[in-house]
Design a protein around this ligand. Structure first.
Ligand code: 6PG
Length: 257
């Protein structure tokens, strides 16, 4: 069974600095072991600081960008050059600046009808799978947490679905595009490393309910995320961790000065 670790940081900047260093470490480990690095990026605003740090030295020079394969854990069904696109954000802040080869980037085709986009994404995942699997084993999947408890685009009230790796869904959150394509827990939980990043006091209630509350997989979908064999890391700042107890049985908890 893998590691289950919560790291609490002073602020979003120190969390992002740690996440960038961890990304680099995992990239080198994966490429050394398997000659490539499969990553699924998350969306929303939280990852932006980390993207900017990774696009600068030393990471821009030392991370094996050419051997990294990118997917997204979820995407809004918008055009690829729409500022609301998770792909567009990552392209602008990171993938473009470090020259990730276009052939390494597997974006959700948000310009298609959602069901068609989901079908296309399932095929793209399958094209890179081995041993008859439906998708590659991701070395790293980033995840966010909404103040409503959603993660990726798995929203409260969404039915439990572990038959397919990807779904077309609709979810309303902070006025963001509702039509989305998302990885499901079935796919997410096969990853070697899952890294949640959550910052800000507006996440405190959802975080404590997810990690310390009673089991409620329907209303707190991030509880569905528990790796089969891999590691799970919750990187949170003090503001988001404000309601967490000092100890949680199933997690190692660490405050980073
Ligand atoms: C999306 C994201 C979503 C995000 C959370 C947190 O497409 O919106 O993938 O799951 O991670 O909503 O968003 P913030 O980082 O902006 O708080």
């Amino acid at each position: 069974m893998g590691k289950k670790i919560i790291k609490i940081f002073r602020d979003a900047q120190s969390l992002s600095a740690y996440a960038a260093a961890f990304y680099s470490q995992l990239a080198h480990e994966a490429v050394t072991a398997r000659h490539n690095f499969f990553v699924a990026l998350s969306g929303g605003s939280t990852p932006a600081r980390m993207y900017r740090l990774l696009a600068l030295p030393p990471y821009s020079e030392e991370v094996p960008w050419q051997k990294t394969i990118y997917f997204w854990g979820d995407e809004r069904c918008v055009q690829p050059d729409d500022p609301e696109s998770n792909y567009f954000q990552a392209l602008q802040l990171l993938l473009g600046p470090v020259n990730v080869p276009q052939e390494n980037i597997f974006r959700v085709k948000g310009e298609l009808e959602p069901l068609e986009s989901a079908r296309d994404y399932i095929e793209r995942l399958k094209s890179l799978a081995t041993d008859g699997a439906t998708a590659p084993v991701f070395d790293l999947i980033f995840l966010g947490l909404g103040s409503d408890g959603h993660t990726a685009s798995i929203f409260p009230g969404s039915p439990l679905n572990d038959e397919v790796p990807v779904l077309a869904v609709s979810g309303n959150y902070q006025g963001r595009p509702a039509n989305r394509v998302t990885f499901t827990p079935m796919l997410i939980n096969y990853a070697r490393n899952l890294v949640f990043m959550a910052t800000g006091a507006d996440k405190a209630s959802a975080l404590v309910a997810t990690l310390a509350g009673s089991a409620d997989l329907i209303n707190y979908p991030a509880q569905r995320i528990m790796p089969s064999n891999g590691n799970i890391f919750w990187l949170v700042d003090e503001a988001a961790a404000g309601m967490l107890p000092g100890h949680l049985d199933q997690f190692e908890m660490e405050r980073i000065a």
